[in-house]
Design a protein around this ligand. Structure first.
Ligand SMILES: [Fe+2]
Ligand SMILES: [Fe+2]
Length: 192
């Protein structure tokens, strides 16, 4: 399975705006992967699959997670959109035969991050957050992308700092995994 085959399988289920977002993420993730000598095929496949369920309604995402007996964090209950990552990974595996563990992990955690993310997963994560239309809407994200040329982890840390600041401003809860992820990034950026 490569990203082009997955694109062909997913396309009938995607709204055009979402297909366009995914195409931009694949392009940028590809560039970041080449820049850092990563596994380009894996990064492209993760980018292609990451938003299969992004436009499923919050109530439907919760219902699907409950039907599967998934453990649902209170932060996910308050913002079920987070569940499009884990549920998307499961559906890509079951329906489209995506079976690469690292690709599925990158997709599962692409909204909240993960302390054990591979460099490939970070490339896809950064591309998702900083693709051109997102930078257009929120220009501070351009600074995150600039950092990614040098280090994906430093860029990811800058992204979490922006997001945590925003969460404080809006009195939003952060996902517990995001807190662990930020701690892990602080530790690894300090030692490298
Ligand atoms: Fe997403
Ligand atoms: Fe996305």
């Amino acid at each position: 399975m490569d990203d082009r085959e997955l694109r062909r399988l997913m396309l009938p289920e995607l709204q055009p705006s979402m297909a366009a977002h995914i195409d931009r993420v694949v392009d940028l993730a590809d560039r970041l992967a080449r820049r850092h000598n990563l596994d380009v095929a894996r990064v492209r496949l993760a980018a292609q699959g990451h938003d299969l369920l992004r436009l499923v309604s919050p109530s439907e995402l919760l219902a699907r997670a409950e039907a599967r007996g998934m453990e649902i964090d209170p932060v996910e209950r308050a913002a079920p959109v987070i569940l499009h990552g884990p549920l998307g990974a499961l559906e890509l595996e079951e329906r489209f035969g995506v079976d690469d563990y690292d690709v599925l992990e990158a997709i599962r955690w692409h909204t909240v991050g993960h302390p054990e993310f591979s460099s490939e997963a970070w490339a896809m994560f950064i591309a998702d957050k900083t693709e051109p239309s997102k930078v257009e809407r929120a220009p501070t994200l351009g600074g995150v992308l600039d950092l990614a040329d040098e280090s994906l982890e430093v860029a990811a840390l800058a992204y979490f700092d922006l997001r945590f600041d925003e969460a404080i401003r809006l009195s939003q809860q952060q996902h517990p995994i995001s807190k662990l992820t930020r701690d892990a990034l602080v530790a690894s950026c300090r030692t490298s």
